[in-house]
Design a binder for this molecule. Structure first.
Ligand code: HEC
Ligand code: HEC
Length: 399
């Protein structure tokens, strides 16, 4: 018993040395939020989707917004025909008839003809915030809302505006550029008196006031803690709520003082859930299987440990940090068996629990899906340890 007791102690010591990776990731740097983990709680995702749906109703259903964003194509007589590849056609004819589009030289990119001057009719717009006149323009292809639904429009907004304050700024006064939103709320389509037909009426958006629309924007921001979080999908996608796990695997090979020993922990996914403040936790069980020989005996063991992860993710524009703590929770439960051919008295089978101090390893990641940390440690002669830790997007696991 004496001998196996010593061996067990030795095993425990080496095993723990293998577990105790403490790591600080030097790649803590600024980046965009592309691929970032979505650090929202389930209730935040729901609130975000609900809050954006109200905004989408304004964008898609209010003619004062939608007609400029794909509802009217003034470069055609009547309703625009379906475009080559595009499945959508503008549903309304232009009140002023067919306009000549600006013409661009395909080789030089220079504008060779400015096309119809929209301002001959659309010249009564809300001024820019600095007081200078706004200019009536059509949005470029990607800025159209035509053919979009609430979900795609949400992703569109998150990829166009990096931060919620830019989005709100757009709803206020197009961030000081041509004041389209202000003009929409005037309700006059920017038309000068002479261009207004007899039937002309002021028709501002009916669903909300301008202040009300800004309020909807603020509500959307508040639903995710006052900032856009995660990648463009985050807070937009349904019905799949974001789901992540930390995938952990380890191995440890000891070849020292007559002892040979290999310990392997196969990959374990530790599912994590986020709270409203971006903190997260998760739990899983892990088994460390080892086999080896030493002191004339062959030896096998399994140690089971409860893994607990916790941490905090900040996934905002140019602020991608995910701090993670991995804890091996006490007690470790182990079974050991020894077979000693030269000394049958040494054969034994031991079950033991190891009380442990809180053993923790720390990781600083950016918090990107599939982000991987591989650690190899051979700093102690005779011991080689490997650890691999990866962020897994369970809706989109790496292959
Ligand atoms: C005169 C046409 C016009 C009207 C009316 C108009 N917009 Fe726009 N909008 C534009 C143009 C042009 C852009 C492209 C950005 C720029 O150049 O400022 C744009 C950009 C946007 C964007 C940024 C999206 C992107 O992909 O760039 C949002 C959001 C938006 N508009 C919302 C609205 C809402 C909401 C209304 C109604 C309250 C509205 N717009 C009314 C012309 C218009
Ligand atoms: C001859 C006058 C005239 C000219 C020039 C003109 N428009 Fe219009 N436009 C109108 C009238 C009239 C309406 C319909 C207003 C209404 O809904 O009653 C209109 C409506 C629109 C709308 C829909 C706005 C809304 O809120 O429903 C868009 C978009 C538009 N025009 C774009 C353009 C563009 C782009 C140009 C320049 C290439 C242009 N227009 C030039 C007369 C004109």
């Amino acid at each position: 018993m004496n001998r196996s007791y010593h061996l067990v102690k030795l095993i425990a010591f080496f095993l723990l040395s293998a577990l105790a990776f403490t790591q600080t990731n030097p790649r803590r740097k600024k980046s965009t939020s592309e691929g970032a983990v979505c650090p929202l709680s389930l209730s935040q995702v729901q609130k975000s989707v609900e809050a954006f749906d109200k905004i989408a109703d304004v964008f898609l259903l209010e003619p004062r917004c939608f007609n400029c964003h794909g509802g009217v194509n003034p470069y055609f007589e009547g309703i625009a025909p379906q475009r080559g590849s595009g499945p959508y056609t503008s549903p309304h004819a232009h009140g002023g008839g067919k306009m000549d589009p600006p013409v661009e030289d395909p080789y030089t990119g220079k504008i060779t003809s400015k096309g119809t001057d929209c301002e001959s009719c659309h010249d009564d717009m809300a001024p820019k915030t600095n007081g200078s006149p706004s200019k009536w323009r059509m949005p470029e292809g990607d800025d159209r809302f035509l053919g979009e639904d609430e979900r795609s429009l949400c992703r569109h907004m998150k990829s166009t505006f990096q931060e919620i304050k830019d989005f709100i700024g757009h709803l206020k006064d197009d961030n000081g550029i041509d004041n389209f939103v202000g003009t929409a709320f005037k309700g006059n389509r920017g038309l000068t008196a002479s261009a207004q037909e007899k039937s002309f009426k002021l028709e501002p958006p009916a669903r909300v006031t301008h202040a009300g629309l800004i309020g909807l924007g603020n509500n959307w921001g508040a639903s995710t803690g006052g900032e856009f979080k995660g990648d463009t999908e985050c807070g937009c996608a349904e019905p799949d709520p974001p789901r992540y796990a930390i995938r952990l695997s380890q191995s440890n090979i000891i070849s020292l003082a007559g002892i040979q020993r290999t310990t392997i922990m196969k990959p374990v996914d530790i599912p994590i859930t986020f709270e409203d403040d971006g903190s997260f936790t998760g739990d899983a069980d892990a088994a460390y299987e080892s086999s080896g020989s030493g002191a004339g005996c062959a030896q096998q063991s399994t140690i089971r440990s409860k893994l607990h992860v916790s941490g905090q993710a900040t996934e905002q524009y140019q602020k991608n940090f995910m701090h993670l703590e991995l804890e091996y929770q006490s007690p470790l439960a182990g079974t050991f068996s020894l077979e000693c051919p030269d000394d049958p008295n040494g054969n034994s089978s031991v079950q033991a629990n190891f009380p442990m101090m809180n053993l923790k390893a720390f990781f600083d990641l950016q918090g990107k899906s599939s982000e991987l940390i591989n650690r190899n440690d051979d700093s102690t002669p005779g011991i080689i340890s490997n650890m691999s830790l990866q962020i897994i997007d369970l809706n989109n696991p790496p292959r």
